[in-house]
Design a protein around this ligand. Sequence first.
Ligand SMILES: Cc1ncc(C[n+]2csc(CCOP(=O)(O)OP(=O)(O)O)c2C)c(N)n1
Ligand SMILES: [Mg+2]
Length: 281
Amino acid sequence: MGGADFMHILYSEFFNYDPADMHWPFRDRFFMDAGHLSTLMYAQYYLLGNYKKEDIANFRQWESVTPGHPEVDVARGVENTSGSLGQGHTMGVGATIAAKFLQARFGDWMNHKIYGFISDGGVQEEISQGAGRIAGHLGLNNFIMFYDANDVQLSSKTDEVTSEDTAKKYEAWGWKVVTIDGHDHDQIRKATADANAETEKPTLIIGHTIMGKGCVTADGEMYEGHTELHGKPIGDTGADYQKTLENLGADVDNPFEIFKSVAEYYEDIVGKKERRPMQRS
Ligand SMILES: Cc1ncc(C[n+]2csc(CCOP(=O)(O)OP(=O)(O)O)c2C)c(N)n1
Ligand SMILES: [Mg+2]
């Protein structure tokens, strides 16, 4: 969930879409590479009204609309199925080439932005190298990818297996690269605005983030940045579920409730338009 700050700024300030009609053909597109971060998408689209509270509570349950890895569900905002790390990067680049084709054929009004979201595991995958290289070579300035760089992977810290300089790697392929604090809203805002203004290159925004931000132990000690927070329920780790909810200012008896101030903020963004029925597309 370390990318939540980026998702919030993207969907509330930059993304060109109609929250009441996620099918709108002229929308920007969002491609998730890290399928295990489906939670991040469901949380964001819950704020937009695309999921119900029960859907979020049923995360990863059989036949729920919130599987552990997302499956295409455009009406709710899920543009791609993901699970194989690196594959979302390639899908995003493919969609970006398609958008460029439409722009060349029909004019600048067809110039959609494509946003990608990648994590350490996706950056490591070989398939990413091919996608990144061609995106740089073609100068796909309409592709903007956020990298949730928390230095933690499935079962270890990333420095156990990688020591390359990701910024230099993407720069060598012809990308514009900016490194920020991935939790700092002003830095996210500036990086995303600059990426939108870029005319020659795709942009990689490397956001340094904290795995399990806000987690605390039963004694109230901070428990952030631990590898085991990657995939286990918080209560099965060294962190304490209830204490963490309290630390985050959540309602312990109603943990899936959207904070009042957040709900009001998103009500203004989403508006009260009649919505298309939510069904799988
Ligand atoms: C091609 C591929 N290989 C292996 C996996 C298994 N896997 C799931 S998540 C993950 C790495 C998780 O690390 P990171 O991407 O940094 O995510 P974080 O834990 O920081 O959210 C791996 C190897 C996968 N999903 N896809
Ligand atoms: Mg990671």
